[in-house]
Every structure is written in structure tokens, then in C-alpha cells.
Design a protein around this ligand. Structure first.
Ligand code: SAM
Length: 289
């Protein structure tokens, strides 16, 4: 089938299948060919790459990816979109659609089954449903799936948090989590007018290049992320107060010893700390426990 990403064609398909947009599934479909090009070019996908697309919708982005990639595995939660995808992707023999909730899938297993070539690169490309952006991104990162990069359309506000640096208003636990596993790079800013229906917020296409190994060496990842969480959950408190009254309830005496040993002022606020400093704190506490 011809390309479907135009306001006219998208509306035709939607009316032919009497498709009803679901707000709760974050359904905002792309209708602008320039943006679709930008996403695919920004992803640096090549003919040798396997791609996972989360939420193909009616297949507008899938068509563009299929032309550039070796194959595409598209995971769509909404059953009513499957007959539409059967039609819009009929001409693309390298696309497989599965009707599943990506958050419930055993992706390690599926990727091993679908992508058999051991050296092939696997990329994630998606216009993500905004209501579950963070859980989806964190699933791919935390499960340490064998992916090369994630090129995703997300809300501008979330993208800014992902790439934020210390001592800025957007810096927080999400910045640390994303930067622990990847190098985030903003590719394009996108206005609401390129979607049907239009979202209320501006969007951003961002690429997360997955690092070969995490940015910092951490003895105990659970402890590291728990410390980060406590440090940011009480943003206005000093590190000493935030970490002694947070979920971990670390003893003040222990914390004072730790801060002295690694030469970090306990009166600083968590939001001023670089990821390397969080790693120093976590590793020192790990060694003392
Ligand atoms: N890729 C299409 C496009 O760009 O036009 C649609 C993008 S739309 C923002 C998000 C898509 O993700 C919808 O098709 C929605 O049904 C699907 N979706 C929402 N939650 C999902 C989940 N948990 N697992 C898989 N797909 C999901």
C-alpha cells in the first residue's frame, strides 16, 4: 500500500475502519512525512539492522522504518488496530506485528526468537504513548536488553529531564537513570500540529545511544538507585537530611563518615551531584555495610 502519513489518508483509513482513538492508550498518530523522515534518519537505522517498534498505530512510522531496516517487529496493544495494520503493511514482507502490551512481554525471549543473527544490531524506534513513556524506556534499559539505541518521540518535558545536567531545574532521578545506561541526544522538536489528534504538549525526538557498560561502576545497582531516589525525593533538603530521613533511613553517623571519606560536603543538595558522585556515595556505603 502507498504511504499513509498524510492528514487525508489517515482520516480515510480511520473512517473506513470506524476506528475510535483511545486517549487512555496515548493514541496520537503522526501525519507529517518530514517528521517521519527525521525520526528514521535520526535513528541511523541501516539495512543490516533489526528494529523493534512499540505502538505502530496504523503503521505510518512502520512503513518508513521497513524501507530502511532489515526487519521490524511491531508491538501493538490495541486489537482494533491489527486489521488496519494487516492492510497498511501488506506490501512489507519484513514486518511482523504482534498484538501485546510491551510492558508485559518477555523481551529477552522474543528478541532471541525473532532476531537470530548474533551480530546484527537491534534498534528501538517509536512514537511512544505518553502515559507510559518512562516505564517503557526503563524496561528496555533496566532489563539490559541487547539494543544499540532507542529513537523515540516523547513529551518535551520528559526529554528535557532525560538529558538534564546537575544543578538545573530538570535534573532528577530520571536524568541519572537514563544517563547511567545511555547517551541521550535530542534530534528534533515537534509541534502538536503533526499529530491526529493533537496532543496538548510539545514533543521531542530523542535518541538514547546505549553504552557498552554503565557510565559509572556501581557495586550494588539497587542501592545506588535507592540513594538517588532518596536524594531527589527531598529536593530542598541537604544530602545528609535527605538520606537519613528517606526510604533507606541511613544513620547520620555512617553518612558523615562516608561524606568525609569521599570528600563531599554533606550540606550540598542532591540536585548538585554528578552521577559519578552518586556512585562514590553508593559504593562507600556498600563497603561500610
Ligand atoms: N506509531 C504510530 C504513529 O506514530 O502514528 C502511533 C503512535 S501512538 C503515540 C502510540 C501507540 O502505542 C498507539 O498505537 C497505542 O495503541 C500503542 N500503545 C499504547 N500502550 C501500549 C503498550 N503498553 N504496548 C504496546 N503498544 C501500546
Amino acid at each position: 500500500m502507498d504511504k499513509i502519513a498524510s492528514p487525508k489518508k489517515t482520516k480515510e483509513i480511520i473512517s473506513e475502519y470506524q476506528f475510535k482513538f483511545s486517549k487512555s492508550l496515548g493514541q496520537n498518530f503522526l501525519i507529517d512525512e518530514n517528521i517521519l523522515e527525521k525520526i528514521v534518519i535520526g535513528s541511523q537505522v541501516t539495512k543490516g539492522d533489526y528494529v523493534i517498534e512499540v505502538g505502530p498505530g496504523i503503521g505510518s512510522l512502520t512503513q518508513y522504518i521497513a524501507e530502511k531496516a532489515k526487519s521490524v517487529l511491531a508491538i501493538e496493544i490495541d486489537k482494533s488496530l491489527i486489521p488496519i495494520l494487516d492492510r497498511t503493511l501488506a506490501g512489507y514482507s519484513n514486518v511482523k506485528v504482534i498484538n501485546e502490551d510491551v510492558l508485559k512481554l518477555d523481551l529477552h525471549k522474543i528478541m532471541a526468537e525473532e532476531f537470530k543473527e548474533p551480530d546484527a544490531k537491534i534498534k528501538v524506534i517509536a512514537n511512544l504513548p505518553y502515559y507510559v513513556t518512562t516505564p517503557i524506556v526503563m524496561k528496555f534499559l533496566e532489563e539490559k536488553l541487547p539494543i544499540d539505541s532507542m529513537t523515540i518521540m516523547i513529551q518535551q518535558e520528559v526529554a528535557k529531564r532525560m538529558e538534564a545536567m546537575p544543578s538545573t531545574k530538570d535534573y532528577g532521578a530520571l536524568s541519572i537513570a537514563v544517563q547511567y545506561y545511555s547517551n541521550p541526544r535530542i534530534i528534533a522538536k515537534v509541534p502538536p500540529s503533526v499529530f491526529i489528534p493533537q496532543p496538548k504538549v510539545d514533543s521531542i525526538v530523542i535518541r538514547l545511544d546505549i553504552l557498552d557498560k554503565p557510565r559509572v561502576k556501581v557495586e550494588d545497582e539497587k542501592l545506588f538507585f535507592a540513594i538517588v531516589k532518596d536524594a531527589f525525593s527531598k529536593r530542598r533538603k541537604t544530602l545528609l537530611n535527605a538520606l537519613s530521613t528517606g526510604n533507606l533511613k541511613l544513620e547520620k553517623e555512617l553518612l558523615k563518615e562516608v561524606f568525609e571519606k569521599i570528600d563531599i560536603n554533606p550540606q550540598r543538595r542532591g540536585e548538585t551531584l554528578a552521577i559519578e558522585e552518586f556512585a562514590l556515595i553508593a559504593n562507600e556505603i556498600f563497603n561500610k555495610k
